[in-house]
Design a protein around this ligand. Sequence first.
Ligand SMILES: Cc1cc2nc3c(=O)[nH]c(=O)nc-3n(C[C@H](O)[C@H](O)[C@H](O)COP(=O)(O)O)c2cc1C
Length: 316
Amino acid sequence: MQVLFAPLQGYTTGIYRKAHAEIFGGVDAYYAPFLRVENGRPREKDLRDIDDDHNLIAGAKTVPQIIANSVDEFKVLADAIVQKGFTEIDFNMGCPFPMQVSRHRGAGLLSDTQTVKAIMDEIARLTANGSVKFSVKMRLGQGSPDEAFALLPILNDAPLAHITLHPRLGKQQYKGAIDFTAFVRFYEECRHPLVYNGDITSVGQIRKMESGYPKLAGIMIGRGLLARPSLAAEYKAAADASTISERDLLGKILTMHGRLYEHARSTYQGDSQILSHIKSFWEYLEPSIPKKAFKKIKKAGNLGEYDAAVQSLDME
Ligand SMILES: Cc1cc2nc3c(=O)[nH]c(=O)nc-3n(C[C@H](O)[C@H](O)[C@H](O)COP(=O)(O)O)c2cc1C
């Protein structure tokens, strides 16, 4: 099965994706956090973030993602990405952030079959000459799974490369139970290759999904990969290969951190700005590093304290 790195705004930045591809690998495609319209134009900061991704190491591609509340927004964003030379684009119909949902974007679009149909028609137009492919990343609904099932005939008829389903509702955000009953129904009724996304944190869980749902085209992992960046490579390793040792995992985490830290220090100014950017690297890593060092890193108030905290990790 393909392993896809989920987009996480503020975490899986361009520099993170590149460093991860080079140091850990195992990921077939990195999905970039969504690009959106700001003042009628694609947001510059989001565009810059995907600029370097043509240089990702061989075998790992980046798929930019867009979020839109209308065909007009969709066109502006898709055009900007195509102009950059990307041949695959993901469309977000799952973001639960209230700022997006209230503007009728992400999960806020799932109940609007008319707009989704218009966007699917635009996808059909853009894909007609075969130069670009589209996929959709979605939830079951904002308020009810009925929303996804009302949309499914429209999605089934659209020329999509695949659908990624996170079987939660927008109103649940990222917590609460995953609706496996609805997932299984969607799995059975979806005519496109289906990718599962949600709460995957171990190789065992990936294998369980693989054997339980043989038609699955892939698994998309977000927080599980942030917490254990070796997860995709461990799954891809031959079945008899031993998993990475904790020492090697820590060593690679530190190498990756070195790259991101260097980038943060050359990009941002002043301790607090640099710290606020680099600390997000550690946020989900708690399960993979010693507790004491994790706490020290979190508490560090200036670069001196921070450096000492990271060094204490190296000495463990
Ligand atoms: C902080 C944060 C930012 C996210 N940003 C995006 C995003 O830009 N686009 C998107 O499709 N999903 C986004 N997601 C959702 C993730 O891609 C993923 O669907 C979700 O975390 C569930 O998968 P996981 O349990 O493997 O993490 C975000 C999630 C979090 C927690």
